[in-house]
Write a protein of this length. Structure first.
Length: 239
């Protein structure tokens, strides 16, 4: 597994959830609730986000993420509220944030963490978002896809780095896979929690990300499309 987390504090429930899953000798899996995938279409399939949140909590997910971007992914702040009110897991809000006020809205909707996407965010805006989150006691997952974005991200002194195996600028329609995590993770300082995101379709993909040094994985489509969600998650979280 990746190194034990060294920057856990009581007001950072998202990273603590990853650490606690590690302590239980489970692979920390963050389940991504994304209503629509540009690649795979409708992922909810008439299911309510609140019901999904309860199901994945029971099946052993350590945390949740909720995509709230509406144009391409079908999300909304209402979906976020529905999820945070329906389960006890810490929740990450994923969106293309540009203003500190959006982080305040995220906090008020119950999210414990929010996403900063370096591919679409200037250094100045990233810093403003990061500082607003810290003031609210939230944690930023700083997402990168390239070595250059990683170097920019490290200037924020983040507690969590997310490595997106696909290119968000192409709406994750590219053919990226876990090799992106394997290539970039050696350059992430060991004291930073690292999450491998996107294109993790199987137990083998998850195991490869963990062997490469990831502390956790973020999986959406594979779980939401599974015939048996509970069995799928149990399989993914087991070494």
């Amino acid at each position: 597994m990746g190194p034990a987390y060294r920057r856990v504090t009581g007001n950072r429930p998202f990273s603590r959830a990853i650490w606690e899953a590690q302590k239980r000798a489970r692979i920390p899996v963050i389940v991504d609730i994304k209503p629509i995938s540009p690649r795979d279409g409708n992922l909810l399939k008439q299911r309510k986000p609140a019901d999904l949140a309860r199901l994945v909590e029971q099946a052993g997910a350590c945390a949740l993420s909720v995509v709230t971007e509406s144009r391409h992914f079908g999300g909304s702040i209402d979906v976020l509220r529905e999820v945070t009110q329906s389960c006890s897991l810490p929740v990450l809000q994923k969106d293309f944030f540009t203003k500190p006020e959006q982080i305040t809205e995220s906090h008020e909707a119950g999210a414990g963490a929010f996403l900063i996407i370096m591919a679409t965010t200037s250094d100045e805006i990233a810093l403003n978002l990061y500082q607003q989150g810290r003031q609210l006691g939230m944690e930023a997952v700083v997402e990168i896809h390239t070595a250059e974005e990683l170097q920019r991200a490290l200037r924020l002194d983040p507690t969590i780095i997310g490595i997106n195996n696909r290119d968000i600028r192409r709406l994750e329609m590219d053919a990226g896979d876990v090799r992106v995590t394997e290539a970039l993770i050696p350059a992430v300082p060991e004291h930073i929690v690292t999450v491998s995101e996107s294109s993790l379709q199987s137990r083998d993909d998850v195991q490869r990300a963990i062997r490469a040094g990831a502390d956790a994985v973020l999986v959406g489509t594979a779980v939401l499309k599974a015939d048996d969600l509970h069995s799928c998650l149990v399989d993914l979280t087991t070494f």
